[in-house]
Design a protein around this ligand. Structure first.
Ligand code: GDP
Ligand code: MG
Length: 608
């Protein structure tokens, strides 16, 4: 009867007596509440020592042995359990397995199968095969992200082998996780029903600078695009693989991982070629997109003005053009090209020509829009309204700050690029001076080149602004790198010499003593610490910003004798004269003048 029970994996070289010993365990039920029953672990240590291979035993919550496998083969068929399809629930089965090398920690592959199968736990028994003894035990258990999805793991233990009953408490955790599932099902899952589930993938090359989670930004981008991130993966390699970007082995694992997580899409944190995307889609069996396509998608959804839409479409077409590869280029050499489509010309060729035409059209449209905008800007300049451009890394809080300063409510969203188009707002100071605050599109690391090009014209507002407020989220541990990114984009658009203030935002979330290094602050006239969200420090910022212009332009009323007539031409030359009047006592003048020339008229100032 025992012979009917399957032991999974490659069992060819294993003695029948050993196989039978394992078969005796299959379908047995062990004492409730004992996470790692001694009978099972002792058998596993013995067999591991005899065959010098991993042994895996799969148990359900009732402590029944569902299956046993040898080798690192984890592809045992598991019964379809109630609730297993919901990604808010664990599968109800734990995998207990041995490491013949004695290691008590789960390997990458262990974690990967824990995640993809959503096991209750991945339990490791380290085996010392010299001593035929357990070195220790540990259990990796999945943890939920804020949407309730199992994306990460925690380790229980390692404990010494004789302390293995410490793992019994994992049962309590499992019960808690079960009751949480319905909570998440009712709240977030409802909202997220239609959202695409995404897995993020990044390659860390030796040169990559990494602080914290290297995929944090991609995650924010993916969420901005409306996806739910259900898993993520990074691979360390010297250089990306030509054909598949990541190693082929990892791509194959991703196929499994994706299935387990029921993800719709896999997003890569870099730009991929057309053939890499195709190869990856074939292996993984799901849609694959790269970082650029993701950003373009977000831009497309958010562009509001005509100019913004034109720019995004232009960038999209430029992105598509080199990706229309395949056989078109080869085949077209065979045929002529008379008429709309030559004999050897493929659909691809026509597509390509169509895209080129479209690009030309979009470019000409954009030139017109840009022309119109520069006329508007010149009018503003003629009226001499001071302009302040608010720039900064995406999500730094620019829109929130502009809203707070102007006390109105243009949408601020916790999504990247909530502001896609430059929007100009008017700020009236208490003494009735006007100035304009320009909220700009957020900058971002590795912004695709076509997008920098596309958005240059929008960012031109920045180049012409009188003062830049560079807003940075200083609660982000990587905020100095964000400042550098913004600086390099400012340089690229020719705004590196604009006077600017640094605004450290979100101090409510940052360490109290946070301050950038002198290398960073040297280019800034002033540095402010504010919280746009709860208005901390905003009065000071507003006052100093207004002061900047007041300082740049002091108003005066003076009266000087005719004998000092030369002063009038001086004022006309260096200041701006609003009114001059020839009176009996002298020349009365009203106007504005830069502070460095103020001393000249000081003796003649009058009260007004
Ligand atoms: P933008 O992309 O730079 O325009 O950023 P937003 O103004 O849209 O803000 C991004 C997110 O940061 C929003 O969720 C804001 O509520 C949040 N935020 C902005 N300022 C602060 C702040 O001072 N403190 C905190 N805790 N959050 C803030
Ligand atoms: Mg914004």
């Amino acid at each position: 009867m025992a012979e009917n029970k399957t032991i999974y994996g490659n069992i060819n070289s294993i003695k029948n007596s050993i196989l039978d010993r394992m078969r005796d365990f299959v379908e047995n039920v062990y004492e409730p509440g004992v996470f790692l029953p001694a009978e099972i672990s002792e058998m596993m240590i013995d067999v591991t020592t005899d065959i010098n291979k991993e042994v895996a035993v799969f148990l359900d919550r009732k402590n029944r042995v569902i299956a046993i496998a040898v080798g690192d083969d984890r592809s045992v068929p598991l019964p379809e359990l109630e609730g297993r399809r919901s990604n808010l629930r664990l599968c109800g089965i734990r995998c207990i397995h041995t490491h013949p090398n004695g290691s008590v920690r789960p390997s990458d592959v262990d974690i990967q199968s824990l995640k993809s199968m959503r096991y209750d736990a991945m339990v490791v028994i380290g085996v010392d095969t010299q001593k035929r003894a357990g070195t220790g035990v540990s259990a990796a258990v999945l943890t939920r992200n804020e949407s309730g999805i199992f994306t990460d793991f925690e380790l229980r233990g390692p404990y010494q082998y004789w302390k293995k009953s410490a793992l019994d408490s994992v049962f309590t955790e499992l019960a808690e996780k079960d009751s949480e599932a319905s909570y998440f099902a009712n709240s977030s899952q409802q909202v997220q029903k239609d959202k695409e589930k995404a897995i993020l993938v990044g390659v860390i090359t030796d040169g990559t600078h990494t602080v914290g989670n290297p995929l944090a930004e991609l995650q924010e981008l993916a969420e901005s695009a409306g996806a739910v991130v259900v898993g993520s993966y990074t691979q360390r390699r010297e250089t990306p693989e030509a054909k598949t970007y990541i190693g082929r082995g990892l791509a194959e694992n991703l196929a499994l991982y994706r299935q387990g997580l029921d993800a719709d899409i896999v997003i890569f944190d870099d730009e991929l070629s057309a053939s890499q995307i195709r190869n990856l889609e074939n292996i993984i069996g799901a849609r694959v997109i790269d970082r650029t396509a993701l950003i373009l998608d977000i831009f497309a959804a958010r562009a509001k003005s005509r100019e913004g839409r034109l720019q995004v479409e232009l960038a999209q077409q430029k992105y598509r053009l080199p990706r229309l590869m395949g056989q078109g280029a080869v085949l077209s050499r065979l045929g002529g090209g008379i008429g709309t489509r030559g004999p050897g010309e493929t659909q691809l060729e026509t597509d390509r020509r169509h895209i080129k035409r479209k690009i030309n059209f979009l470019e000409s449209q954009l030139r017109e829009v840009k022309e119109r905008r520069s006329v508007l800007r010149k009018e503003r300049q003629k009226k001499e309204i001071p302009t302040v451009a608010v720039v900064g890394y995406t999500n730094a809080g620019k829109s929130t700050l502009v809203n707070a300063l102007c006390q109105s409510d243009v949408l601020a969203e916790d999504k990247l690029f909530a502001t896609l188009d430059t929007s100009v707002r008017r700020l009236v100071t208490p003494d009735n001076r006007d100035f304009l605050l320009i909220d700009t599109v957020g900058f971002i690391r590795k912004l695709p080149h076509d997008l920098v090009e596309a958005f240059k014209s929008t960012l031109e507002e920045t180049v012409y602004a009188d003062l830049l407020l560079h807003v940075v989220d200083c609660s982000n541990s990587d905020f100095e790198a964000c400042i550098d990114t913004v600086e390099s984009i400012l340089k690229e658009i020719g705004a590196e010499n604009r006077p600017r203030y640094l605004v450290l935002n979100k101090i409510d979330k940052a360490p109290a003593d946070i301050y950038p290094s002198p290398r960073i602050t040297q280019g800034y006239g002033k540095v402010f610490k504010v919280s746009a969200a709860n208005a901390d420090g905003l009065e000071e910022l507003k006052e100093q910003t207004i002061n900047y212009f007041v300082k740049a332009d002091k108003t005066f009323v003076c009266l000087f004798p005719y004998s000092e007539g030369g002063l009038l031409s001086y004022l006309h030359k260096y200041g701006k004269v609003d009114m001059e009047e020839y009176t009996e006592t002298g020349i009365s003048v009203k106007g504005k003048i830069p502070p460095e020339h103020f001393s000249k008229i000081e003796p003649y100032l009058v009260e007004n």
